[in-house]
Design a protein around this ligand. Structure first.
Ligand code: NDP
Length: 605
């Protein structure tokens, strides 16, 4: 009988030995630690710039440069930019410009059209503004094309296409103090002026390549998963990659993206080599079509209630029901559950020990699932993750693991060291060359690098101070949204905020906050809005306190972007720190601030 991919082993046998596991986790981490941290990755530019080309637009687009002025410029039209545009429209802002480097809205979902692309956050809470648009997603976990179409629907609904300026990369923005305006320069020779700017460029938007010797020497087809080359593979986001029937394919990386596209590659390629450095944890997916009966039961306000319920549960809080009831809430319940059960009086050390135990238990389930779904023992062993659950992003998939039993699929485990080199004909690991015709980089996005580099745009504030200079010794914001010396400039995307796995919830809250401040500024005729020195310093203190509380955990983790590639506490790190109270408390804090109505902590000019 074939293995059941939805199997979630809930008993763990044999019982685990915490000391042995702790030691195993440490060993696995140590062999992955590298002195170069983030510097191991290649910045995509120069001779590698073709890896960033947009495969979804016709080449040769031109237009006359723009030298005009708007009230608000939004840079980026993924969900954070679209939500900001939508909320600004609702607040009565007509003079908007939505600037986007791609050829359409959608952000992540515009770029990431690899086969199998799907959101692993439940669609009923991830797709924003469902009630406003009168839309119900077709599945519990929506696939990429449906999500991209929903982004377009938001742009149409709020009439944002009229203000869109596509295929335009802002290369520099500079504050003109005398005119109290931002001046935006772009690669198209524009010099637009804007009273307010919202930077909605996304936390995971700049693809990165591994710094493996020889990347540029490869002579076959090579591309990054966020620029999928269907001309090479054939098929579409649903799979059917018939162009690979006669090709040997290599894919580097086994993170959340690779997990979704590998089953399609395995189905289609003559042979597939999967080059793994660290296995992901793969929990049950359990997707299903939306039940029309359930839809009929929904009452107005249902989406926000569902979002809030998820947020409460993933913040470790309790709720009478778990409305979403998926892998995310299951994980957190597992981790916090042992502590909930009448053990409120535990000391912090006892609590940490209980959490570790619950984590071991959860990861034992994950490892048992590998054994249940992969027949080849050596491959199964190599696919087992040995680290704590939130050292890396949890993944959810029912077809990924069984793919490795296909005769045309080989897992090339690099024992934590990574690929050694790329040759004109293939990939070298431990001295052996694997010949491939097509090489796919599922190697993720820049996270811990300088903000301006990721935004692709230097931000120069008052007195010529660049944001990179101001943040050279650490990111500094008020509520994660504003930074002193950079008036009227809002930063979306999770910097020093309450971060939730449901990113669109964060954007929903941030966009409402921005619209509130901008509407106030426009209505009362203020020229500038920025945080006071004190408010910003206080916020940074709150963030740093939470950072230091989690330092031991991050240090114990196998390297990845969650712990700044094994160097927690160095450089800008993941979002420059997050709010320790969790997302729910952070959103409450923002709402309470707006309810007070006194703009406390802001200096108005
Ligand atoms: P990741 O950064 O998560 O993964 C990159 C992969 O490349 C890792 O497996 C990494 O290994 C591997 N790698 C890097 N360098 C080398 C090397 N030299 N040799 C071998 N392997 C190497 O990127 P993804 O694109 O997978 O995901 C990025 C994020 O996007 C996710 O974490 C998630 O937040 C989001 N995402 C969300 C989805 C959703 O459903 N909502 C779906 C897909 C992505 P190692 O682990 O050892 O560093």
């Amino acid at each position: 009988m074939p293995p059941d991919p939805s199997a979630r082993p809930d008993t763990v046998s044999p019982p685990f030995d915490p000391d042995a596991l702790r030691e195993r986790y440490r060993r696995e981490r140590d062999r992955r630690l590298r002195a170069d941290g983030n510097a191991q990755y290649r910045h995509i530019a120069g001779e590698l710039a073709h890896f960033l080309e947009d495969p979804h637009v016709e080449p040769g687009f031109t237009r006359a440069p723009l030298h005009d002025e708007v009230e608000v410029a939004v840079i980026g039209t993924g969900f954070s930019g679209l939500l900001t545009g939508a909320r600004l429209r609702e607040a009565g802002v007509e003079s908007l410009r939505m600037i986007e480097s791609a050829g359409d809205v959608g952000g992540t979902w515009y770029w990431n059209r690899y086969p199998g692309a799907q959101c692993d956050i439940e669609s009923y809470i991830y797709l924003p503004l469902l009630e406003e648009l009168g839309y119900i997603p077709t599945e519990k976990y929506a696939h990429g094309p449906e999500i991209l179409e929903h982004a377009r629907a938001i742009a149409r609904h709020y009439d944002l296409y009229r203000d869109a300026c596509f295929q335009t990369q802002v290369t520099r923005m500079e504050w003109d103090d005398a005119g109290a305006r931002w001046i935006l320069s772009t690669q198209r020779g524009d010099r637009m002026r804007a009273r307010f700017v919202c930077l909605a460029n996304g936390p995971l938007s700049r693809p990165k390549l591994p710094g493996i010797p020889g990347v540029e020497s490869f002579e076959g087809h090579a591309f990054h998963t966020s620029r999928w080359d269907y001309a090479c593979t054939g098929g579409d986001t649903r799979g059917g990659l018939t162009g690979l029937r006669e090709r040997t394919v290599g894919i580097i990386g086994t993170g959340a993206t690779a997990v979704q596209c590998i089953p399609h590659l395995g189905e289609a390629a003559r042979h597939l080599y999967v080059f793994q450095r660290t296995p992901s944890s793969i929990d049950v997916r359990g997707n299903r079509p939306t039940d029309p009966e359930w839809v009929r039961t929904l009452e107005p306000g249902w989406q926000q209630r569902r979002i809030d319920n998820f947020s409460t549960l993933v913040s470790g809080g309790s709720a009478e029901v778990d409305l979403v009831h998926d892998g995310w809430t299951d994980i957190i319940r597992n981790l916090s559950g042992m502590v909930d059960r009448g053990q409120e009086n535990l000391s912090p050390e006892e609590m940490a020990a209980q959490l570790e135990l619950a984590d071991f238990q959860k990861m034992e389930q994950i490892r048992a699932r590998v054994d249940a779904l992969v027949q080849d023992r050596a491959t199964a062993d190599a696919l087992k993750p040995y680290y704590r659950q939130f050292c890396k992003r949890p993944c959810f998939h029912d077809e990924y693991l069984p793919t490795f039993d296909r005769p045309n699929v080989t897992l090339v485990d690099t024992a934590g060291r990574g690929v050694e080199g790329i040759t004109p004909q293939g990939v070298r690991v431990a001295g052996r060359e694997y010949g491939v015709d097509c090489l796919i980089f599922a190697t993720g996005f820049e996270v811990g690098t300088d903000y301006a580099r990721r935004a692709g745009c230097e931000i120069v504030g008052r007195d010529g101070l660049a944001l990179s200079e101001k943040w050279a010794d650490g990111i500094s914001t008020f509520h994660g949204l504003l930074s002193r010396g950079f008036p009227n400039c809002f930063l979306l995307g999770g910097i020093q905020s309450g971060v939730t796995p449901n990113f669109t919830e964060l954007y929903g809250e941030q966009s409402q906050h921005i619209a509130y401040i901008v509407a106030h500024g426009l209505a009362s005729g203020v020229t500038t809005v920025e945080p006071t020195v004190r408010a910003e310093a206080d916020w940074v203190r709150v963030i740093r306190a939470a950072e230091s509380a989690g330092q031991d955990f991050r240090e114990s983790c196998t390297p990845g972007y969650y712990n700044n590639e094994g160097k927690p506490g160095e450089g800008p790190g993941w979002f420059g720190g997050t709010y320790g109270g969790g997302p729910g408390a952070f959103f409450e804090l923002l709402r309470a601030w707006r309810t007070r109505g006194d703009l406390q902590g802001l200096e108005l000019g």
